[in-house]
Ligand binder design. Sequence first.
Ligand SMILES: Nc1ncnc2c1ncn2[C@@H]1O[C@H](COP(=O)(O)OP(=O)(O)OP(=O)(O)O)[C@@H](O)[C@H]1O
Ligand SMILES: O=P(O)(O)OC[C@H]1O[C@H](OP(=O)(O)OP(=O)(O)O)[C@H](O)[C@@H]1O
Ligand SMILES: [Mg+2]
Length: 302
Amino acid sequence: MNAEALDGRLLFAIPKKGRLHDKCLELLAGADIQFRRHHRLDVCLVKNHNIALVFLPASDIPSFVGKGNVDLGITGQDVILEAQMEKHVTEVLKLGFGKCALQVQVPEAGPIKTVEDLAGKRVVTSFEVLAGQYFKDIDDRLQLAEDKRTKIEYVGGSVEAACSLGLADGIVDLVESGDTMRAAGLHAIATVLQTEAVLIKSSTPKHPALEPLIKLITSRIAGVVAAGRYVICEYNIPRERLPAATAVTPGRRAPTVSPLEDEAWVAVSSMVEKNRAADVMDELVEIGAEDILIFNLDNCRV
Ligand SMILES: Nc1ncnc2c1ncn2[C@@H]1O[C@H](COP(=O)(O)OP(=O)(O)OP(=O)(O)O)[C@@H](O)[C@H]1O
Ligand SMILES: O=P(O)(O)OC[C@H]1O[C@H](OP(=O)(O)OP(=O)(O)O)[C@H](O)[C@@H]1O
Ligand SMILES: [Mg+2]
């Protein structure tokens, strides 16, 4: 693809593989951003918008966005901090996936119990900057001499193998379910940070004319994210129990209440957070609601 084909288009960086990739494709589909990616090509034009998608490693996206080489991107908060780009990018939206924690881990059976025990020893990580800052603070606090300070060593992947290979006394790596950590015989002794995937834009945009398109795409993606977070709860309730019921399902602004042919009853429709839906249904049954239905949302603007 030649450079002119990209001229004037909003460049939107998407993780090319790994944990965030599939979720990003779902977001793009939900936002009706249409494209066909040719085999092995990392740049492709969007058919129905003035956008080009650029598929990049998640860890490279913060500096591409921060330096204004691309206008918009999706990546993890962890790699933004690791790239020291937090002042150069603006977090537009939290996306609710890619949630995990960057943790200090040591062999379960070993003598090291705290980060103070680990200070001064060897730590292997893919997050050199964040691990370096974390242990610098501890080394400073413990007033360790220059030659006794924690040694941080970078590896590009399979960090969890470092202790059993004899390369490290501890590691700093991402943990979600904890399966990788436990399988490697490790356990966490401290959390450096919590992270999730975010939509980011450059803090000093090179193409101000693209701002309306950034707003539009942000609004569409926010709709898809909210649709995944909420369900619609509908039920019938005796009119005199309505105040109790609407306390359980207050909705985002207010629940929709409709009359029924039977004047003693009303129908209620309300948005409910998906992870609270089962509890809400239990409470509604307690209050005397009947015919309680839950519907998934395909998309929304709220
Ligand atoms: N287990 C996980 N659960 C949730 N989010 C994760 C997990 N591992 C990584 N992430 C998030 O995804 C981002 C990219 O990491 P990921 O490992 O997917 O990319 P990668 O290392 O480029 O790909 P790969 O692991 O396939 O080589 C991380 O910076 C983090 O924000
Ligand atoms: O707590 P868990 O659910 O096990 O997830 C954590 C693992 O996920 C990531 O690895 P990934 O699968 O991306 O492989 P990588 O180490 O090759 O990057 C991360 O580096 C951890 O190893
Ligand atoms: Mg990985």
